[in-house]
Design a protein around this ligand. Sequence first.
Ligand code: ATP
Length: 342
Amino acid sequence: MAYRATLILGDGIGPEVTAATQRVIEAAGVKIDWEVARAGLGVLKETGNALPKETLDSLIRNKLGLKGPTDTPLGEGHRSANVELRMKLDLYANIRPVKIIPGQITPFKDVDIVVFRQGTEDIYIGEERWVDDAHTIAEAVSRISKFESERIFRHAFEYATKHGRKKVTCAHKANILKLTQGLFLNAGRSISARYPDIVFQDRIVDNMAKELVMYPSEYDVIVLTNMFGDILSDECAGLVGGLGFTPGANIGEGVALFEAVHGTAPDIAGQNKANPSALILSAVMMLEHIGESEAAKKIRESVYQVVFEGRVVTGDAHLLHRVGKPASTTEMTDEIIRKVQS
Ligand code: ATP
């Protein structure tokens, strides 16, 4: 049976890593009819809209999507296609697993963390305005609701239960933002009461940032509001060998959209240098989501083996033993495919 999914190529390295990922999925024997749709800076420049209605309709219709990174112009102007996608499709749970792949050089052992970032609230709701006519003061609203906070904690605890994880940590700033962050923390406390077998703890977010670079193996599932989750998940990517290896999923009640944590990497775009692993591992999450566990396992093991061997890996990876010169995106993809088919 062929699945149907929306494919957003994105900007920068997006077309390179999405093409690589499609090839790997096909090699694993999973048939997907891809409906290609557009989002990001490329389509914004052409049409004035970073997230065309057809793209949203395609995702709603297919309920499943894979997405390359999309670019947003900095400063004034348009809202990020990523933020729009999460808001409009109610993708409330942004899940970012970070795990050391054997063969990578990192200062740590045993990092295996899953970051749950709330995806639709907080400062990302886009309520930012000038306070004075001279435009010398600006403010932004961080909105946090009990409904959404409980929903992300419920999702995180259910995930922990299903995956045999033992500890959920809420990272917050409730000491300063007593209403918004306090509400988030209280939601975590009340949901945790229903899961007596899982330890619940909380950390002030600045302390959490420090703890992560000192004792990352102490942490298991971490739940955060939108902006803290954005920042700390990049920090977590740095614990395990960088953005080239960190996958992600955006899950809502209706649609699931899978994308790597990394951005468009303009410095290496179009040069066949991008590490395809982060998007390939996002596709592994997608395959698990649709029940293709065997193919997912095979692809994950193949990526891990290629990294461990260190012969055909892109230049961004810090490896214990790299054999020869850095590989191109295409060469690394070919090597992963060879393992998938072996
Ligand atoms: P965004 O604002 O879109 O999140 P960013 O500014 O955080 O983007 P990235 O585009 O993720 O940044 O890139 C940060 C650095 O990591 C760059 O030097 C980039 O080349 C590198 N990088 C990101 N993704 C990859 C990848 N898949 N392979 C190799 N290097 C990567």
